[in-house]
Design a protein around this ligand. Structure first.
Ligand SMILES: N[C@@H](CCC(=O)N[C@@H](CS)C(=O)NCC(=O)O)C(=O)O
Length: 226
């Protein structure tokens, strides 16, 4: 079991519903049974002090771990790895030896540099870019399908990405997966039909208490004014 944390960890998040990286971290905090406070910020506050004193990159998530000398960390995958090393003392959600250790790292990096970045660009070109650029929108929507294809192939005949248990490799994909309808702006039944292994895997992950709790918490926090 994880050691109880005496003072809750602060988790900073931008206050947008389709900004999944902070919620990716929240799922792991929930899994580990750690106490945390979510601090929501608007898009202007993350670009200036005092927030940029915590993260000069002006993005979320950031954590402050008071029980470890107020340790500050940003980049969602780095945060997850830190939380696991510190608090998953019986390696429930990770592998620390053998090929599994490196496969886990492979999937974490693929999530951050593949799913996270391409899906993020999909959100940007579909909703935020000042010019409507059909070629850019189409490129990132195709990337969504390509990434799903990679995952579907990897999950053929396998319940989880690495080994025989749920790990942070699986959990790290949940938050961005739910943004697919916002990127594609259409009925996304093709995800269910076209990528059955992903559909089964994601269905199981979505049923975890950690994920359900974070989704409820997110909805509740984002429904209130800042
Ligand atoms: N690679 C970073 C990406 C962080 C990121 O882009 N966060 C978004 C929220 S999902 C953000 O804070 N965006 C604010 C902005 O771009 O101004 C991570 O994984 O933490």
């Amino acid at each position: 079991m994880s050691e109880p944390v005496k003072k809750p960890i602060d988790l900073y998040s931008i206050a947008f519903p389709n900004s999944p990286n902070p919620w990716k971290v929240a799922i792991v905090l929930e899994e580990l049974g750690l106490e945390y406070n979510i601090i929501l910020l608007d898009m202007f506050s993350v670009k200036k002090a005092p927030f940029t004193d915590l993260n000069p990159n002006g993005r979320t998530p950031v954590i402050v771990d008071y029980d470890n000398d107020g340790f500050v960390l940003w980049e969602s995958t780095a945060i997850i790895q830190y939380l696991i090393e510190k608090y998953d003392t019986d390696n429930r959600l990770t592998y620390t030896l053998g090929p599994e250790k490196y496969l886990l790292s492979q999937w974490l990096m693929f999530q951050a540099s593949g799913q996270g970045v391409y899906f993020g660009q999909g959100v940007w070109f579909t909703h935020a870019h000042l010019e409507k650029l059909p070629s850019a929108i189409s490129r990132y929507r195709k990337e969504v399908r390509r990434i799903l294809g990679v995952l579907d192939t990897a999950l053929e005949g396998k319940r989880y990405l690495v080994g025989d248990k749920v790990t942070i490799a699986d959990l790290s994909f949940v938050a961005w997966h739910s943004v697919i309808p916002f990127i594609c702006m259409e009925d996304t039944e093709w995800v269910t039909k076209g990528f059955p292994n992903v559909d089964r895997w994601m269905g199981e992950l979505m049923e975890r208490e950690s994920v359900k709790t974070v989704l409820v918490e997110k909805k509740s926090l984002l429904s209130k004014p800042l």
